[in-house]
Design a protein around this ligand. Structure first.
Ligand code: AP5
Ligand code: MG
Length: 216
């Protein structure tokens, strides 16, 4: 099963991708996480990515397409993958179609997570994650069971993303509206676009995605 989760910053793509990974034994392919790893490496590309991401703009298409093309060649992707944050432009969507065709793969579904953009600022500015294992939390919507202790690994160090401030979030939302939302009709025409209510609580969104995938 190969699935795309599409939605603006804070829609819940990463939260749901982690759950689908476990439920269906798929691999989460988050281009944002891949870029954050490049930034952490301190390379020249990492320095460039840091500047672009902190401004809320998108990285160049050719680079992102190559990154995903290399990643889906890896053996673990043979069991199926969830794309989280890719494609983000029409050029990326077209390149993905070619890539899948060349590899004899198909999309099981493109799931749009519909959300109210006003709610996203609170979701994003309240987000934090475990510094040791990366498990995601939220100050209000998804607190660890024991304060300041990670549910998954027991870690006690947490971090926040450098692009999770209100000014950058507004640029990221504009980039989504202008460059990513236009790919929705592209998938609608292909008959693979489905939507879920991303404003429901986290468990309910998971149930809706599972229903969509069961029918795929
Ligand atoms: P990326 O890392 O992909 O960020 P994004 O798209 O802005 O999305 P987020 O990760 O912020 O949100 P999410 O939908 O994963 O939400 P989450 O589940 O965490 O990209 C970052 C940057 O990298 C881009 O700006 C760009 O510069 C660059 N980039 C990446 N891919 C690129 C590409 N393909 N091309 C070019 N550039 C690229 O949820 C958010 C919070 O809300 C969490 O705290 C969570 O607990 C909470 N939450 C989740 N669901 C719910 C719910 N249903 N109810 C209440 N709270 C919820
Ligand atoms: Mg994410």
């Amino acid at each position: 099963m190969n699935v795309i989760l599409l939605g603006p910053p804070g829609a819940g793509k990463g939260t749901q991708a982690k759950r689908l990974e476990q439920r269906y034994s798929l691999v989460q392919l988050s281009t944002g996480d891949m870029l954050r790893a490049v930034v952490a490496s301190g390379s020249d590309l990492g320095r460039k990515a840091k500047t672009v991401m902190e401004s809320g703009q998108l990285m160049p298409d050719d680079l992102m397409i190559q990154m995903i093309s290399d990643r889906i060649e890896q053996p673990d992707c043979a069991r199926g993958f969830i794309l989280d944050g890719f494609p983000r432009t029409t050029a990326q969507a077209e390149a993905l179609d070619n890539m899948l065709k060349n590899k004899g793969l198909k999309l099981s579904g493109v799931i749009e997570m519909k959300v109210d953009s006003e709610a996203l600022i609170e979701r994003i500015t309240g987000r934090f994650s475990c510094a040791a294992c990366g498990a995601g939390y939220h100050d209000r919507f998804q607190r660890p069971k024991v304060d300041e202790v990670c549910d998954s690994c027991g870690g006690t160090e947490f971090s926040r993303r450098a692009d999770d401030n209100e000014a950058t979030v507004r640029s990221r939302l504009a980039a989504y509206r202008e460059q990513t939302a236009p790919i929705l009709p592209y998938y609608e025409e292909q008959g693979v676009l489905r939507s879920v209510d991303g404003m429901s609580d986290i468990d309910e969104v998971t149930r809706q995605i599972e229903t969509v995938l069961a029918a795929a």
